[in-house]
Design a protein around this ligand. Structure first.
Ligand code: NCD
Length: 317
């Protein structure tokens, strides 16, 4: 498999956070932080990607992640092409690689890929030209590295040090690439405790989440936590017959104000979106002062700027 690192160990694609060393994670977070400006001020801009072309290929529906990558590329001065590929060439039978080669012939420098199938971003890495970078914007249930980075950045901005934190992720862990990428980053950076709360039917294989505690009780999961992240039920990744009833799910696992009161008083509430109000999270919790859900969106854009600039620096020096 093509590596996401160059011969000198620098990041030239971003496919997974699993093997990204601590120093590189911290560098990406620091760079992302440097792109944050106060709300109401102009967003950070540079011409670091001027003359470069970024193509967004989202083979799964997406609004926020696609918009985030698109604005990140524009704010760095790149030309951006966002293709609704779920509707186009692959549907017409063109092979994925022919789509990639066609866009590469139009001098695309960065491919941003989202796909429901495991292994697609890494497969594309193996076939692109040496000057082209591939960024994973969501791969099946496995990886969502920029989401992992933005989640960790949000925790760091609110909590300072990470090493003493108790982080709880609750919901459909089994099908969540968000939970996996958070686990990768938090494991490398080191926190006190990672708790994963899911009903048995949506619990992951523990081997995939080494070092984390698996729980099936939301009260126990939230008690004393510094960070509580809620995840929606990924209905599109399971058979209809396995879909939990939303009202039952809310009653048994939803983050209600009463349950949130069990966490530390200054706990933050996170959600990657799209959220289903009053299913995995009560609407009032999502709108509460403890919620940092919209900040995650802001931080995501900064993270994507940092990642794009980093891989292009690796490639072009
Ligand atoms: C997540 C994803 O696509 O994995 N959303 C996102 O990137 N904003 C989570 C989800 O779809 O539930």
């Amino acid at each position: 498999m093509a590596s996401q690192f160059d011969a000198r160990g620098r990041l030239r694609h971003l496919i997974t956070l699993e093997n990204v060393p601590r120093a590189q994670l911290v560098e990406l977070l620091d760079r992302a932080e440097s792109f944050l400006t106060p709300m109401g001020a102009y967003p950070a801009r540079s011409d670091a990607l001027a003359g470069r072309t970024v193509a967004n290929l989202f083979f799964e529906p997406s609004t926020r992640t696609r918009a985030s990558f698109e604005l990140a590329a524009r704010r760095l001065g790149a030309d951006v092409l966002s293709l609704d590929v779920s509707m186009s060439s692959r549907a017409k039978g063109e092979s994925l690689l022919d789509t990639i080669y066609t866009l590469q012939a139009m001098q695309v420098d960065v491919f941003v890929i989202r796909d429901a199938q495991s292994g697609v971003p890494a497969f594309i890495c193996e076939h692109v030209a040496p000057h082209v970078a591939v960024l994973n914007a969501g791969e099946s249930h496995l990886n969502h590295p920029t989401q992992g980075l933005l989640d960790v950045l949000t925790m760091r901005l609110h909590k300072g040090r990470l090493d003493d934190l108790v982080v709880t992720i609750a919901g459909d862990i089994q099908h969540s690439r968000v939970a996996r990428s958070a686990h990768h980053a938090l494991t490398t950076l080191g926190i006190r405790e990672l708790r994963l709360v899911a009903p048995p039917a949506l619990a992951p294989d523990p081997a995939e989440f080494a070092g984390a505690q698996l729980l099936d009780n939301i009260e126990a999961g939230v008690a004393g936590a510094d960070v509580v992240m809620c995840l929606r039920i990924q209905r599109e990744r399971m058979e209809v017959s396995r879909n939990p009833d939303p009202a039952d799910f809310h009653r048994e696992f939803g983050l209600t104000p009463e349950r949130l009161a069990l966490a530390k008083p200054d706990a933050i509430v996170m959600h990657p979106g799209p959220m289903n109000r009053d299913v995995e999270i009560a609407g009032s919790v999502a709108d509460s002062a403890q919620s940092v859900i919209t900040e995650q969106v802001t931080n995501g854009l900064a993270v994507r700027m940092a990642v794009m600039q980093t891989v292009l620096e690796t490639i072009h020096g």
